[in-house]
Each structure stands twice: as C-alpha cells, then as structure tokens.
Design a protein around this ligand. Structure first.
Ligand code: SF4
Length: 320
C-alpha cells in the first residue's frame, strides 16, 4: 500500500507559564511522539477520550498548528515548515471538516459564496465556471441549487455539515481530515453524513483521517483504526483485528462501552476507575497504568513502546 501521508515522531507541547504559583514553566504534552502512515484511498480512524490529542494531531496535519518537533511527510516532502505559495498549494491537497458546522461557517456569507471562496483563492477554475461548480458540489452533498442564496443560520446541523463538506471538496483535495464531523449531530443525521462521506470517497477518490471519540462511529467508516490515550498512540490495527481482537486494555474498555442494540445480549462492561491524568504531569511509565485493570509492576516504571504484532497490529503495552 502506498503511504499518502507519513507522521513521524510528532510532538505538540503547549507552554504554560507559572502553574499554580510555581515559578517553573511547564508544558502540556498534547501529542507526544506519535507516528503512523495514512495510505492512499483508505479511511484511518483516530479515536480517544477528550483531551487525548487526536484533534491536535489533525490540526498539525493541515498546518493549522506547527509541531514542536517531528515530521509530516506528504507526497515526499515535510509540510511542517512550508511558507507562502507552497503552503497555499498544500491547502488544496489537504482539507479539514470541523466538528462544529455552525462555528466553521461565516454567518455573513451565503452558502454559494462560502463554497466559491476557496475556488477563487486557489484559482481552481475559470471565473465563469465557479457558479456551475458550486451547483455541482451542492448536488453532490445532497443540497439543492436554491440553497446557494441562503445563510448558515437557515440550515439544520446536518445541512450545515454538508456545506462544510462541499467547501472542503471545492479545491479537489486528496486528503480530508474529518475532525469529529458528526459529534454535534443527532444520531439519525450522523448516519446520513457518514454514508455521504463514504459515497464521496468513492466518487472523488479521497483519503480520510476520521477523528472521533467513540469506536462505534469509527467502525462504520474506517479501514484501520488508531487509539490514542493522553497524547500517545496506544494501538493501531485494521478494523477487523481491532474490533474482534483488541489488545490494549484501554481499547478493550472502549469497545466494552459500545451499547448493543439487543437488550437480551449482555455485555461485560469494563468500567475504568479514576480520571484521565493531567497532560501537564503525565504518569511515569505507561500513561494508562493509573486506570489499567491489568497493571503490573513494570508498567509503573517503564514506558511501553509501540510494537508490531501479527497482521500489522501495533500495540504499546507490556503484556505483549
Ligand atoms: Fe496496562 Fe501495563 Fe499494558 Fe499499560 S503497559 S496498558 S498499565 S498492562
């Protein structure tokens, strides 16, 4: 499989001054040494609790945040330090769909203008073709031509997210970072948007990084799934392996939390004790050891590295 994008040892540390009246400067280690590849044409799901660093990772991939260190290699070049026209041409290749569809649309612009704007900025087509392309994109995302003169506040949450998708498609990207695109939507609308994203992936030959906080949402759309905990990637596997044979205790706990539709089928729920530790002061050794139900002595001392097991299943845990 050809890697479209490679993430190598990516770190994002946020500087915090004078924590709790201490004179020492501290760092929130939002993303700490994360590496993975995204293959052409696939959907890689990235899952974890709030604050685990998944959205920060996504923002670094679209150059909205400059990494503290590490590399993001796209089509053979490190994109972290691009400037000027090179940075602009990258924005045509990698687009993002945001979590909050309302906050991500300019309330003073019509839907037609919102979709046309990236085409104009990036000279995607001739001036006379912009209107035709806006109508085509509205049709692709399931909206009608008469919607183009309306404003974002006139739409439902699901429709606004469709506009966000059309805007991302306007520059013909090859990779789209979907940053929790269905978290703010009703469950029935979530399914519609997920199906739309799947259809568009085939039609436009797209690659997705799909960020979500639940494994149930990602299951529907992903070819491979990565699980993050407190800034670290703890497991990465193809969807069949991950859902049928999860290795990391944290992944096992997340999977046990997925509700089953049949109430007669009982599920052994794994309840994790305690809160997620602060990324300002992560625990020594394995970052999950304060909540892990399989914790051993070594886990409190030594940090587990991401190892590759059978079937390219990667896991960071001393049990393996
Ligand atoms: Fe649990 Fe230890 Fe594995 Fe961490 S390394 S997940 S604490 S068993």
């Amino acid at each position: 499989m050809e890697a479209l994008l490679q993430v190598k040892n990516l770190k994002q540390y946020f500087h915090v001054e004078n924590v709790f009246l201490s004179q020492k400067n501290s760092y929130v280690k939002a993303v700490d040494d994360v590496s993975f590849d995204i293959y052409k044409g696939e959907t890689l799901g990235l899952v974890g609790e709030s604050g685990c660093g998944k959205s920060t990772t996504g923002k670094m991939l679209v150059n909205l945040l400059k990494p503290t260190s590490g590399e993001v290699i796209f089509q053979g070049q490190d994109i972290c330090n691009l400037k000027g026209s090179k940075k602009r041409s990258l924005s045509k290749e990698i687009q993002i769909i945001f979590q909050d569809p309302y906050a991500s649309l300019n309330p003073r612009m019509t839907i037609g203008d919102i979709i046309a704007e990236p085409m104009k900025i990036n000279n995607i087509c001739l001036k006379g073709e912009i209107e035709k392309n806006v109508l085509r994109l509205l049709d692709c995302v399931g909206l009608s031509s008469y919607h183009r003169n309306r404003f974002p506040h006139e739409f439902s949450g699901g429709q606004r997210q469709r506009v966000g998708i059309a805007r991302a498609l306007a520059v013909n990207p090859s990779l789209i970072i979907c940053d929790e695109p269905v978290s703010a939507l009703d469950v029935s609308i979530q399914a519609q948007v997920l199906n739309l994203l799947k259809d568009l992936q085939k039609e436009f030959d797209l690659t997705y990084l799909f960020i979500a906080h639940g494994l149930n949402v990602v299951k529907h759309i992903s070819d491979r799934v990565g699980v993050m905990y407190l800034g670290k990637l703890v497991e990465l596997a193809d969807d069949k392996n991950l859902y049928s044979d999860p290795k990391h205790p944290y992944t096992q706990a997340l999977l046990s939390a997925i509700p089953v539709p049949d109430p007669k089928k009982k599920k052994n729920r794994i309840i994790l004790k305690g809160d997620v530790p602060s990324p300002l002061n992560p625990p020594k050794g394995c970052r999950f050891h304060t909540r892990c139900f399989k914790c051993m002595d070594i886990c409190k001392e030594k940090e587990p590295l991401l190892k590759t097991l059978d079937n390219s299943h990667q896991v960071a845990c001393h049990l393996y």
